[in-house]
Design a protein around this ligand. Structure first.
Ligand SMILES: Nc1ncnc2c1ncn2[C@@H]1O[C@H](COP(=O)(O)OP(=O)(O)OP(=O)(O)O)[C@@H](O)[C@H]1O
Length: 286
């Protein structure tokens, strides 16, 4: 993975067999309750097939919850949520989606290759698939640039390397949709750049749809499209370029702050109007 030319993949659009108007994910009035709180409030959005969509917003805004709803592991989901043409959580989607959570899900007492062999055996069981498994494992290890660590115990790897083992596991089944929850957290700038180049390579070469969450705004510029979130709501669903243009800002981060201020002003205005209406209602008649 580390040999991709920096910058190039981020600059060009991914050629894709499907039209770019295809939706891999469609949400209408999507609401999620966790505990006694509504965490996602009636979201409407689409995620375009074959492209990289960044899910960006501050910590606690609901990114992981939204991803869990999409992969079908979240309870108390209301509204419409379609993923790859099926309702979210449909059993037929299991093999079509790769999901990497924030906590790397690897076995520390197995080597990198043994981890991948294990998950490959679950995906492609039986002797008949032995060669296919070997090829898939080799490719996944290569994709995440861990060939030199293939025989190292996962428990002895750095945080970033363990995250890459998780990503390799998700890549094993050649999923149509990759859902990656903050995959670059804790990585140094070089690894972050290389990982983003890998994401672009995967979208371009395999036509995979990627939904990648982050709270680092500079990563927004690396995405084809963005969903900007705040406090369980989608503030914007657009391309980075359109967001900058529409808000007349130089960066997506400034556009995001502009949208946050506008949303806060609307909320304050609505609260004032409610207060005024209440005061008028309570005013004693002469
Ligand atoms: N098990 C839970 N029960 C109740 N509320 C929860 C639970 N897990 C998360 N929450 C709340 O749901 C909200 C959204 O959390 P979520 O993890 O989706 O945010 P996030 O944007 O992914 O944050 P981060 O970037 O820090 O991972 C937060 O306010 C959080 O406190």
């Amino acid at each position: 993975m580390m040999n991709y030319p920096p910058g190039e993949a981020t600059a060009k659009a991914a050629p894709h067999p499907r039209t770019t108007t295809d939706a891999a994910i469609t949400a209408r009035d999507l609401t999620v309750v966790r505990g006694d709180r509504t965490v996602l409030h009636g979201l409407d959005f689409t995620v375009t097939a074959g492209r990289i969509t960044g899910l960006l917003g501050p910590s606690g805004c609901g990114k992981s919850t939204l991803m869990r709803a999409i992969v079908g592991t979240q309870a108390k989901v209301d509204g419409t949520l379609h993923v790859l043409g099926r309702p979210a959580g449909d059993p037929t989607l299991r093999s079509r989606i790769g999901y990497v959570t924030q906590a790397p899900s690897v076995y520390d007492d197995l080597t990198v290759r043994q981890n991948l062999d294990y998950f490959a055996a679950v995906l492609l069981p039986g002797r008949a698939h032995r060669e296919e498994r070997r090829t898939a494992v080799d490719r996944a290890i290569d994709d995440v640039d861990l060939a030199s660590h293939a025989d190292h115990l996962a428990g002895r790897l750095s945080g970033g390397q363990r995250s890459r083992v998780s990503l390799a596991v998700a890549l094993l089944g050649t999923p149509e949709l990759l859902v990656l929850d903050e995959p670059t957290v804790g990585l140094d700038p070089v690894l972050r750049r290389d990982l983003w180049n890998l994401f672009h390579q995967i979208a371009a070469d395999r036509g995979t749809t990627l939904l990648v969450s982050s709270h680092v705004m500079d990563e927004a510029e690396r995405c084809h499209r963005l969903l900007l979130m705040r406090e369980g709501e989608i503030l914007a669903d657009d391309t980075p370029e359109a967001l900058r243009r529409r808000n007349d800002t130089a960066t997506v981060e400034e556009a995001f702050l502009h949208l946050v201020d506008a949303a806060a002003a609307r909320t304050a205005q609505a609260a004032q109007a409610t207060q005024a209406a209440r005061a008028a209602h309570e005013e004693p008649r002469p």
